[in-house]
Design a protein around this ligand. Structure first.
Ligand code: ADP
Ligand code: ZN
Length: 534
């Protein structure tokens, strides 16, 4: 006879109180738990910090048998299981980091009906012997965490997730709950169909994090800007330093930035996967235990870190997608108190990311998806409307202007940039006619501003009809024009040098059929300055 872990509690509330020590459910937790505990399938879209874990942990305690949790990140598995065991839940995991003897002990406990929760990596769950072994015991439910990993459209696709659809056929009577914090409508649809969850109930929470103030600034002198930002956000009302995370793209820049901040009196430390495991652990522990530590990290940092009072998240490089940006900024202000998400980005970010996409392995469809993710991120950066409205619209949720983002608080002035756009586009047309395909934005701006550089003279570009016709704008402003035309889909970049080319839509601008509105950019001091004040 099968030995099943017994139901541990009679009611969800009892489990919430006795195991987790909380007084009330949050948001839709109670409904989700009731639905799954009663044997229903569910798709749960809830923002980071919303409390997804309880949605499967409590039903597993209410149902007979073991809750099987599919989770892609071994490090997180470890932390989650530790936390559960500390709360008196019988939990374990199976993954490739274990010795055979450890695995055997976990398997024995499962078969003996001693486990409430068992965490398994997807590739392991897909192995036939593991499935046969699970059939020898009693499964209470399957929880598929980070379910967006099944979506090819998404930003975090993992092929191992595709085979999870088989769970529905193999265990038709066992409820399944798929959870994610990063779901656009397209991802939501993919999760539903690929995991055979057509009959499931869908629980879609609001993705709004009203206490987070979103701010996005053009990159001018990023170290200085970051230091100014950290200094202005870096203390609480009582003058004590607050905790924050700064995200950078490369390991080298996390180290340089951390050193720069530290040299300027900020308690900053770098964190990336190349550091020694002991150093990483110490850094993480200091961040969790002490106030006022600023971590400068690659995006590896933060997943599964449950620190409620992170007061700011800063990005000094452009995130690759809105999903990623939303997930990373979501690590700020989990306690519900005011927090800030600040991002600085520049033309170079756009050029660099386009190049990375061009060079990325995978088929054309894959590269096109990456490009669409980047375009959505750029549109968020360049919008003259409410950032939050734009962000929520991306996740399919309509909202009103929020009053708590930079564009709401200081509405950007917009100016008619049609003529500068025409000057820029026609210069590109002329260069293309010459079949000179290897000029990036810098050279183009030199031509427009009539700068006699070596390259300009070498190629005879001072004899172009557009040479010097853009002297009324400064270099920084021209960079803003280029960036915004990229974001509006009027320009595209190609190749290693970020060569700029017109898109089909640009023809209407050149012919005067379409006007181009551009946002007025603040200068380096943060003041807003008109286009003529170069
Ligand atoms: P998610 O997985 O959605 O990011 P978690 O499940 O990690 O969120 O929960 C985020 C935090 O909120 C955790 O510290 C968790 O213990 C806490 N939490 C979850 N539900 C409740 C609740 N009902 N009451 C109080 N705290 C909760
Ligand atoms: Zn707003």
């Amino acid at each position: 006879a099968i030995r099943a872990a017994p139901a541990r509690f009679a009611s969800a509330f009892e489990a919430l109180h006795a195991v987790f020590g909380y007084d009330a459910f949050r948001g839709e937790q109670a409904e989700i738990i009731a639905h799954v505990a009663a044997g229903g399938d569910a798709v749960v879209l809830m923002p980071t910090g919303g409390g997804k874990s309880l949605c499967y942990q409590i039903p597993a305690l209410l149902r007979e048998g073991t809750g099987i949790v599919v989770s892609p990140l071994i490090a997180l598995m470890h932390d989650q299981v530790d936390a559960l065991v500390r709360n008196g839940v019988s939990a374990a995991y199976l993954n490739s980091s274990q010795l055979p003897a450890e695995r055997a002990a976990v398997e024995r406990a499962y078969l003996a009906g001693e486990l409430d929760l068992l965490y398994i990596a997807p590739e392991r769950l897909n192995a036939e012997p593991v499935k046969r072994f699970l059939e020898e015991g009693r499964v209470a439910l399957f929880a598929i965490d980070e379910a967006h990993c099944v979506a090819q459209w998404g930003h975090d696709f993992r092929p191992d997730y595709l085979a999870l659809s088989e769970l529905a056929e193999r265990w038709p009577d066992v409820p399944r709950i798929a959870l994610t914090a990063t779901a656009t409508e397209a991802t939501h649809r993919e999760i539903t169909t690929r995991l055979s969850l057509d009959g499931a109930r869908h629980f879609v929470s609001s993705f709004d994090r009203p206490n987070i103030q979103y701010r996005i600034a053009p990159k001018v002198e990023v170290r200085r800007q970051l230091l100014d930002f950290v200094r202005s956000e870096g203390t609480d009302a009582a003058g004590n330093p607050v905790s924050g995370i700064v995200y950078a793209l490369s390991r080298a820049s996390t180290e340089k930035l951390a050193a720069f901040l530290a040299a300027n009196g900020v308690d900053a430390m770098p964190y990336h996967a190349g550091l020694d495991a002991r150093v990483r652990r110490r850094t993480q522990e200091r961040f969790l235990r002490e106030d006022g530590v600023v971590i400068v990290a690659t995006i590896a940092f933060g997943m599964g870190i449950d620190k409620p009072d992170v007061r700011f998240v800063a990005h000094v490089d452009l995130p690759k997608s809105v999903e990623g940006y939303y997930q990373e900024t979501g690590r700020a202000g989990r306690d519900g108190l005011p927090a800030t998400a600040w991002l600085a980005y520049g033309l170079q970010d756009v050029v660099q990311q386009r190049r990375m996409i061009d060079e990325s392995p995978g088929d054309l469809a894959h590269r096109r998806r990456l490009a669409q993710h980047l375009d959505a991120m750029l549109a968020l950066c360049e919008t003259v409307q409410c950032r939050r409205q734009n962000l929520l619209a991306y996740f399919g949720q309509a909202s009103e202007p929020c009053g708590n983002c930079d564009t709401c608080l200081e509405p950007p002035a917009a100016w008619d940039g049609t003529i500068p756009a025409q000057k820029l586009l026609s210069t590109i047309v002329r260069l293309q006619r010459e079949r000179r395909q290897r000029f990036g934005a810098g050279h183009l701006i030199d031509i427009l501003r009539g700068k006699e550089t070596l390259r300009v003279r070498q190629y005879g570009h001072d004899s172009l009809a557009t040479w010097g016709i853009g002297a009324d704008l400064g270099e920084q402003q021209w960079r803003g024009v280029v960036r915004q035309l990229l974001a509006q889909g009027l320009l595209a970049t190609h190749g290693e040098y970020g060569t700029l080319a017109l898109t089909d839509a640009a023809a209407d601008v050149l012919s005067g059929k379409r006007t181009v509105m551009l946002r007025t950019e603040p200068d380096r001091s943060g003041r807003v300055r008109g286009p003529k004040a170069a």
